[in-house]
Design a protein around this ligand. Structure first.
Ligand code: SF4
Length: 458
């Protein structure tokens, strides 16, 4: 790499929201004429975007900072763990600057302090209109808000990222349009709390992309659905809490405007534990709602995450969670053993669950869900569905169905799919399944039909 231009290395840790922060920082630096590198040696300085959500993430962040200091020496730290700067500077006093999440201007200024931006900027036109993306060309995260108004007792995100601040809906839609024009086929809508989008601006209506649009999850989903709809352009909603307004996005899924997929972190199913977590706790209503949504959208995929071993969780309360899993028959489920996060109010609750009990509950949870998942996946064998190709390897094509978000859900392996291209929609027949993944054969090139009745019937 030529060293005529100042060059910045970046390491991005953590969740998709942090990835979007990194993309914004890189876009700004590239616009100013900085070169980007993934080598410590070529970099004039290295930015580490940290995660501070759980203890293991804190440790990974601190280790990464240590490695960057050892290999390069000029390290700028940002992101969630940066909100607790003393944690970083106590371990790594030589870092050059520390800032919290979404602190784009501070990071860029810290880079300027290490190495000034080039005066003449011949690279400005090399920044694509959609900005710098860290995801493959055919999918992108679309961040719609910062922060969160909840105060879940196990979580310190609000203390790091602050209360909910929604991006103007006109900005969000303009970005979505730019991404589509740049070749993105799937948008992953992310935030801390997608169903609460717009609550801070009282759901104000803005003129966006030529028409009045409400700053709300429903208004945004309607507008994103106009960008093509399932069959041409996938829109996937993440971090949707079970508020009543979810009812209003279900018809958009039934009409094929957005993907029939809800990522809904429920965390537990026992009312007392949910109360101790400060989460909305009417489990019967959640079950009722799930049933109603599935009547409207039979191929709806519901993904959720849960915590076992929360302080004070009894065996009976854990059993309620297993009963809920059996009743809800969720499609995709993640489970974490409770781990105390420095600064979380749940640490003040007495009665920690012993580690061996947590492990035992986690294993029983996973056994239950694996059985449910295996049955659900087996029911897909023989179905015909639309998939999106992610990559080609020596075995064939690796794709995802509408039920699979990148990184967190399953894959669809397409035998003999060597002729396919990443970013291509293909119609396949499912020929085999295990608990998480599917195997398929292509049956025809996908036509631009929006008739979702022939797409993923399960
Ligand atoms: S909803 Fe709860 S878990 Fe999610 S970011 Fe807000 S406080 Fe944290």
């Amino acid at each position: 790499m030529s060293k005529q231009q100042p060059t910045v290395g970046v390491i991005s840790l953590g969740c998709p929201k942090a990835t979007v922060d990194t993309e914004r920082i890189l876009t700004q630096l590239r616009t100013e004429g900085y070169q980007l590198t993934n080598s410590y040696e070529d970099a004039d300085t290295v930015i580490v975007n940290t995660c501070g959500f759980i203890d293991s993430a804190v440790q990974e962040s601190l280790d990464t900072i240590g490695e960057a200091l050892a290999e390069n020496g000029k390290v700028i730290v940002t992101g969630c763990l940066g909100a607790k700067s003393d944690v970083i500077t106590q371990v790594h006093p030589k870092v050059l600057a520390v800032s919290g999440p979404a602190a784009y201007a501070e990071v860029v200024q810290a880079v300027h302090d290490v190495i000034a931006p080039p005066k003449h900027n011949p690279f400005i036109d090399l920044v694509p209109p959609q900005g710098i993306k860290l995801t493959p060309k055919h999918y992108a995260y679309l961040k719609i808000s910062e922060g969160c108004n909840h105060r879940c007792t196990f979580c310190i995100i609000p203390s790091m990222r602050g209360d909910l601040v929604s991006r103007p809906v006109s900005d969000v839609l303009a970005e979505a349009k730019r991404l589509k024009e740049a070749g993105v086929r799937e948008l992953l809508v992310v935030s801390q709390d997608t169903a609460a989008y717009g609550v801070d601006v009282k759901y104000k209506t803005e003129f966006a992309e030529g028409r009045p649009t409400k700053t709300s999850m429903v208004g945004l989903s309607e507008a994103l659905g106009e960008l093509g709809g399932v069959g041409e352009f996938w829109v996937r909603l993440h971090y949707v809490y079970p508020y009543p307004n979810v009812e209003e996005v279900i018809p958009l899924m039934a009409q094929g405007k957005i993907l029939p997929y809800l990522d809904m972190p429920l965390q537990h199913a026992n009312p007392r534990v949910l109360k101790a977590m400060k989460r909305p706790g009417n489990v019967d209503k959640t079950l009722e709602r799930i049933k109603k949504w599935r009547e409207q959208v039979p191929n709806l995929t519901i993904r959720s995450t849960f915590i076992v071993g929360f302080p004070g969780e009894t065996e009976d309360e854990f059993q309620d969670l297993l009963d809920f899993l059996e009743a809800a028959q969720l499609d995709r489920v993640g489970c974490f053993q409770y781990s105390p996060v420095d600064g979380a109010t749940a640490n003040e609750i007495a009665e920690p669950v012993p580690d061996d009990v947590k492990q035992d509950r986690w294993e029983r949870f996973m056994e239950t869900q694996q059985r449910i998942s295996a049955n659900k996946m087996q029911a897909k064998v023989g179905q015909i569905m639309q998939v999106l190709v992610d990559e080609i390897d020596e075995q064939g094509a690796i794709a995802r169905s509408m039920a699979d978000a990148p990184e967190i859900d399953g894959l669809v392996f397409i035998e003999d799919g060597f002729h396919l291209q990443p970013g291509e929609f293909v119609t396949v027949e499912i020929v085999a399944a295990d608990e998480y993944d599917l195997w398929a054969k292509p049956i025809a090139e996908f036509t631009e039909s929006k008739d979702t009745s022939f797409i993923e019937l399960g």
